[in-house]
Every structure is written in structure tokens, then in C-alpha cells.
Design a binder for this molecule. Sequence first.
Ligand code: PMM
Length: 306
Amino acid sequence: MVAGLEELADVGRTLVMGVVNVTPDSFSDGGEWYEPDAAVAHGRKLLGEGADLLDVGGESTRPGAGRVPVEAELARVLPVISALAAEGAVVSVDTTRAVVAERAVEAGARIVNDVSGGLADPAMAEVVARTGVAYVCMHWRGHADVMDTLEDYDDVVTDVRDELAARVEALLAAGVRCEQLVLDPGLGFSKSGSSNWPLLAHLGELEALGLPVLVGASRKRFLGHLLARSDGQPVPPLLRDDATAAVTALAAASGAWCVRVHAVRASADAVRVAAAWGRAHDERATGRAVPGGPGAGSDSTARPAT
Ligand code: PMM
């Protein structure tokens, strides 16, 4: 069970994290929810569509992006986190900065989602250890301005797993507890298009480290290239949501703990399909009814009636 998320422990399916980017320049939805009120309204909409968690970020990680000053990042995320957490939402903060993580937790965030896995800010591990919140440790090799130059792997699945295992060791040594940790292969971050597919197809190798795994494929470039039209141009981010939902279903079937997506509704359905499929499989394999078999409504966070 991931620390602090007890109410989500028994849903019997993969969780869906809805993305609330409070940025002017994210690659897929930059600027749409830049005003705090718009971001809060967007978060509520995603909850209504079935998001279990909301991930609030104030710094774009799109390839080539520069850093945002810390004060600007704080001003973007804190009001949105406070408002959504006060309404009962389970909120994570998408940040690589320890000071932003700490202030976000004070404002009500229960997860720190760090795309650098603690590498960008040496103070992050201490904040995570002290606050005790859940921590998503993503595979990362460098900031957005250089990440596309750091794509060399001997074997991407093994290398990502080993680099994440090294991060886990460092975090535990800094006092973070195992129950706080979630791992993420970091799709698209220092991964060329073709490197992303083996990571998805062999998610089990990452899960074998024994920690929950989060998958963030939503609207990413490798999906745009997969779906390229006859002129060779990748389809734009907003036309990648159906492919994202397909990844969600497959990742859920592979045992992912959570998927991080921009368009929640289809993924909220896909995780339920995968769960029903898995239960039916287990029932026949074991010859025993699995609690909450298909249609039994075992999901204690049933999709809102919208
Ligand atoms: N991807 C983005 C941002 N944050 N966090 C995690 N844990 N995993 C990801 O794959 C991830 C992330 C980039 O997407 P965005 O800029 O559209 O949010």
C-alpha cells in the first residue's frame, strides 16, 4: 500500500491520475489551465470523469523547455493544490524542487511526483523522508533542455530498471520508506520514440523491483509518430487520446498501479475493462470466485455518474 493513500488501496484496479498543468507551455495543453480558477475547474472536471488523483504541475517538461523561477512555480501550483485538496481531492504536485514539494505538501498535496527521481534537487529526499508523503520516482537523465541528447542505452529496459533501482537505494539511504515509493519508467524523457515500446512491453521487469509502477504515456511524441499520417507527420497531441487509452488498458493488464493521463474518461473506462478481464482470468485459472468478479461492482471508487 502506498503511504497516505489508504482509501485508494482497495479499489481492485489501476488508478487514474488526471493531469492539471498550470503552465503556459506544456506540450499538449499549455496555457489552457494557466489561470488558477481555470485549473481548479479543470481538476473538478477530471474528478467528475473518474480521476482518482490529480497531478498539479507548474513547470513544463516538454523537450527544450527552460526552467521556471521557483517563485513563479509556487505561485502557479499552491492556490490550485489548496483549493482542490480542500475539496477532498487526492492531489500530487509535479515538481523537481524540494521547496515546492514541501510547500505543496503544506497546502494539502499527498504525493510528490518528481520527474527527476530526486536527481535535480539534492534536498528532495530529505523533504520526502520528513513529510512521509508518497513519492513518484521517475527515470530521468537530465533537464528538458538536454534530455534529448541523453538517449543512449545498452538495453533500455535493463538500464532504466537498474538506474531506478539505484535511485531507490539512495532514497532509502536518505530515510525515505519503501511504502512511500512509486516507480515510473519516464516515457519520453531521454527516450527516443522506439525506446518507449520495450519499456511498456516489459513493464513487468520494472514491477519486479517490488514497488508500484506509474505509467505516463499520455499524448507523448512516440504515440504521435506511431499514428503518423501518410505525409509522415506525427499526429498532434490532442489526437493521441485514443492511443493513450489503449496504452492504459495494456498497462493496467500488465499490473500498473496508476496511469497519468490528460483525457481521463476513456482511461477511467479502460482500467475497469482491464480489471474485469483480469478477474475473469483469475477465476477460471483458480476455479474460485474472485471477490468482486466482473460486474460485481467491487470498485469502491465507482466512476461518477456524469
Ligand atoms: N510526464 C510529463 C510530466 N510529468 N510525471 C510522471 N510521473 N511521469 C510522466 O511520464 C510525466 C510526468 C510530461 O507530460 P505533460 O507535460 O503533458 O504533463
